[in-house]
Write a protein that binds this ligand. Structure first.
Ligand code: ZN
Ligand code: ZN
Length: 472
């Protein structure tokens, strides 16, 4: 239950055009708008609920934010959380607008730690819980890290939060999941999605180019992550929702076919990218799983993060790593689906503790769950009819590795392993290869990394894939 009256919230959000609706439809041209705040039945067999009630993408979004917050927060207080960069990009302006609208608002700037920008981990969360004042409504002004931290803290304090994105850099804005590092392991856990999102195109467009290209990398993962999800449906009869996979269908061509537009900050391209990131996060929320947007490519990024955190080193942006991982996974799919008569090769029965080091105990638990299921895959790989059906089912949803690479290269994103920064240095070929062949161990979820191993594409063809697709 929300601590404020949602009918009040709804009335604040109504316009002349949609007086009878329970929510306000902004100038954000979303197909989903009639569904905001509602529950609807889906062909997948689940009732889907979109908890976010208000989405506004437009130059006057902050004015709307002030109006809505002023009405909602009567007699309540708000806490705005930003880091030093996002305070400068938008936080201060939001704070002033809210103050002048009569909102009882406090600003909290999360400082850098040891010269590095804040990270979403349990240490920072504890620090926030200790130092951030209590509030009735929380406002996250920032991108991935701030959004995750505020989502986490407001959830623990059982209060709603609004998000004010400062970059089209990742797909967590509409998601109920928190992506964070806990005890060294990169985990995803359930919290509450934002109640409202206010995005200003000029602010999003002013974000560093690298952050936008990072968002593109995150959203491009969709073709491989959806294929991974479908793979789990085919192999293990797991839950799968075609509706949520199709949410991005109309937006995808806008940035996929016009990556130069993302680099030039063409408003239509950036809007499509932002919307796609949002749809992607909503897909995760309504299905209750990260599967629509996270497959083998994410395991590569998570592994890079975990190894860096273990060693006290910095890692690159999530979306830059995911983009490179997506090209790799698309190429692995191509190699695997080319096989006419694959031969089943069992996975190692234990994790590579030499690679994981002190992380081994947590990784072992995940890998153990995977091994129990993998046995079933042998029948698909060795039965020609089943294998043929699998190939035909998976193929149509995939985007070619060449197209993903071309898109990222033209948009200014990372598309080679050397462009990934590990502690500020280019990632080495040896380290990249080690990450690829061990990443499947850190999550129980079955992905193309596993299928490539079970068919021998990994490690046999890895060098060739890296030389063809991921080397400058
Ligand atoms: Zn569904
Ligand atoms: Zn992601």
């Amino acid at each position: 239950m929300l601590p404020f009256d949602i009918s009040l919230y709804s009335s604040a959000c109504q316009t002349k055009q949609d007086k009878n609706e329970k929510f306000y439809l902004s100038d954000f041209t979303m197909d989903l708008t009639p569904l905001l705040g509602t529950t609807f039945e889906c062909e997948c067999g689940k009732s889907h609920h979109i908890p976010t009630r208000y989405l506004h993408y437009g130059e006057n979004a902050l004015v709307k934010l002030a109006e809505v917050t002023a009405e909602l927060s009567s007699g309540k207080n708000c806490l705005l959380i930003a880091d030093t960069r996002t305070w400068e990009a938008a936080g201060e302006k939001v704070f002033q607008l809210l103050e002048s609208a009569g909102v009882d608002v406090t600003g909290f700037i999360l400082e850098d730690r040891d010269g590095e920008s804040p990270v979403a981990d349990d240490i920072t969360k504890e620090d926030l819980l200790r130092r951030a004042p209590q509030a009735d409504i929380y406002l996250a002004v920032g991108s991935g890290v701030i959004n995750d931290l505020v989502k986490w803290v407001s959830y623990l304090r059982k209060k709603p939060y609004f998000t004010i994105p400062t970059a089209a850099s990742m797909n967590g804005y509409g998601s109920a999941n928190v992506a964070a590092t806990v005890d060294g392991l990169k985990v995803l856990f359930h919290a509450d999605a934002c109640q409202a999102l206010f995005a200003v195109p000029t602010i999003i467009n002013n974000a560093p180019e690298e952050l936008t290209a990072s968002g593109l990398g995150d959203v491009l993962a969709k073709s491989v992550s959806s294929a991974d999800w479908k793979l789990n449906k085919i192999l293990f009869d797991d839950y799968y929702c075609q509706y949520s996979v199709d949410l991005l269908k109309d937006l995808e061509p806008v940035y996929l076919n016009n990556p130069g537009g993302v680099r030039r900050k063409d408003p239509e391209a950036l809007k499509a990218l932002f919307e796609a990131l949002l749809y992607s996060s909503i897909a995760m929320t309504i299905t209750g799983t990260s599967s629509p947007a996270s497959g083998g490519e994410h395991l590569i990024s998570h592994t890079l993060d975990m190894i860096a955190n273990r060693d006290g080193r910095s890692h690159d942006f999530h979306g830059r790593q995911v983009g490179v991982g997506s090209i790799l996974c698309a190429a692995l799919y191509e190699k695997v689906l080319e096989l006419d008569k694959p031969v089943f090769r069992a996975l190692p029965t234990t994790i590579n503790s030499g690679f994981w080091g002190s992380l081994s105990p947590v990784v072992e638990g995940e890998y153990g769950k995977k091994l129990e299921r993998v046995v079933e895959v042998a029948t698909f790989i060795e039965d020609p009819a089943k294998w043929q059906t699998l190939r035909e089912d998976i193929q149509p949803g995939l985007v070619a590795a060449s197209q993903l690479k071309n898109c990222l290269a033209k948009a200014g994103g990372a598309h080679c392993y050397q462009q990934i920064r590990a502690n500020g240095q280019p990632l080495s070929r040896k380290d990249f290869i080690n990450v690829v062949i061990n990443a499947n161990q850190m999550r129980s979820r079955f992905t193309i990394l596993d299928l490539a191993m079970l068919t021998g594409v990994l490690p046999d063809q890895l060098e060739e894939v890296v030389d063809t697709w991921l080397t400058r």
